[in-house]
Design a protein around this ligand. Structure first.
Ligand SMILES: NC(=O)c1ccc[n+]([C@@H]2O[C@H](COP(=O)([O-])OP(=O)(O)OC[C@H]3O[C@@H](n4cnc5c(N)ncnc54)[C@H](O)[C@@H]3O)[C@@H](O)[C@H]2O)c1
Length: 359
């Protein structure tokens, strides 16, 4: 018989309600026992909706009460690191929302604590849990692409700047690059086979900023603060060329708001000497019997968030390494920071090195 895991959720805002709480509640191997949120009113409202009685305004009290064995951390970006470290220092396994951290040195600290404590630390790179992404990953792993030398990853929104803390650097650590750029970059890099970063050249632009455009939808933080994006000290457009050791590269384009065509979904393409892949539409490019061929992969859609939560519990049950590891999360944060650094100095920069120095 499989073990029942006592799980808690820290930060019960938009993503916790959409992508974590319902799937823990419905998982046969999970007892969803506690929630914590600095907004105690919200913690009570959400906790009671899920039938919980262990409700905290301070996550550390929840960790110290020894009621939970695993937690999801669903707070704003800047609080991921202290909460993940505090949980693991108490022997609690962690599923931390993306991005793992907003600075490379902090991401490394999380990795060090995970290694030292032996706690599972999985990063919520939701797009990896899509059936389409899984299928493409298997195509790449089969060797069908040959030598991979280039990838393009893109998500361009026309008017989709999230409302709330996202545009406040103090809470988000950055703008669209940190928010949705991390998904595009991570998926492109993962499908390339996780090459080692060499350098990056990027631009970050606050091109449009706060807008009053009517009848357009956007993601909203559960917090009342900054719903009008009055604090807006981050970029809403990012572009970068990320170079890897061995000579391959990834081109990234991402916007919250841009005066151009809206992408329906995340776009990722990977190009190799024998074949290529595209996420949307989902297909593989190559040759068949000497002719150009383009085959569509037929894959049913899945519930990404549910499968991500299910995978976290599977990893706990089996003691296996997750699909989105803390080590990979660290490498992605290193790429984000290198792009930010390049944008601030205005030229291509080498990766942040082991001691946190920059070339
Ligand atoms: N995987 C995905 O596709 C996806 C989608 C959206 C958001 N996210 C990520 O999820 C995280 C949360 O985003 P959101 O939209 O749910 O934000 P939100 O503002 O709706 O919710 C965050 C919650 O955390 C609480 N909180 C903040 N600091 C806390 C602390 N120290 N201790 C306890 N509670 C605290 C806030 O009161 C709030 O209720 C972000 O890191 C974001 O990048 C991931």
């Amino acid at each position: 018989m499989s073990k029942q895991w006592r799980v808690g959720v820290v930060g019960v805002g938009s993503i916790a309600k959409l992508g974590h709480l319902p799937f823990y509640r419905d998982h046969p191997d999970v007892d969803l026992v506690a929630v914590a949120d600095v907004n105690l009113t919200r913690a009570h409202a959400v906790g009671e909706e899920y039938g919980m009685t262990r409700i905290y305004g301070d996550a550390l009290q929840m960790f110290d009460a020894k009621e939970v064995e695993a937690v999801s951390i669903c707070t704003d970006n800047e609080s991921h690191v202290p909460l993940a470290i505090a949980a693991m220092e108490r022997g609690i396994h962690v599923l931390v929302e993306k991005p793992l951290a907003t600075r490379f040195a902090d991401a490394r600290r999380v990795e060090e604590v995970a290694n030292r404590t032996g706690c599972l630390c999985m990063v919520g790179m939701t797009h990896r849990y899509r059936n389409e992404a899984q299928a493409l990953h298997k195509v790449v792993r089969s060797g069908a692409l040959g030598e991979i030398y280039y990838a393009k990853a893109r998500i361009l929104r026309r008017r989709g700047t999230p409302a709330g803390w996202f545009t406040n650097r103090q809470k988000s650590g950055g703008g669209t690059l940190m928010d949705i750029g991390v998904h595009a970059l991570d998926l492109g890099w993962w499908l390339m086979g996780e090459p080692t970063l060499a350098s990056a050249s990027g631009i970050l632009v606050k091109g449009i900023g706060r807008y009053d455009t009517k009848m357009v939808d956007r993601w909203k933080s559960s917090d009342a603060a900054n719903q009008d994006n009055a604090i807006f000290d981050v970029e809403d457009f990012a572009a970068a060329l990320v170079r890897f050791e061995g000579g391959s590269a990834l081109q990234l384009e991402v916007s919250w708001a841009l005066n151009g065509r809206q992408d329906d979904a995340l776009q990722v393409e990977v190009f190799g000497s024998k074949g290529g892949i595209s996420l949307s539409p989902l297909c593989v490019f190559g040759e068949q019997a000497g002719f150009l061929a383009e085959s569509q992969l037929s894959v049913d859609g899945n519930s990404w968030y549910q499968d991500e939560i299910g995978h976290f519990i599977d990893c706990l049950q089996d003691g296996t390494s997750p699909l989105s590891t803390v080590q990979q999360g660290v490498q992605v944060v290193e790429m984000l920071e290198t792009i930010q650094r390049s944008a601030s100095v205005g030229f291509e920069v080498r990766k942040v090195d082991e001691r946190g120095h920059r070339g």
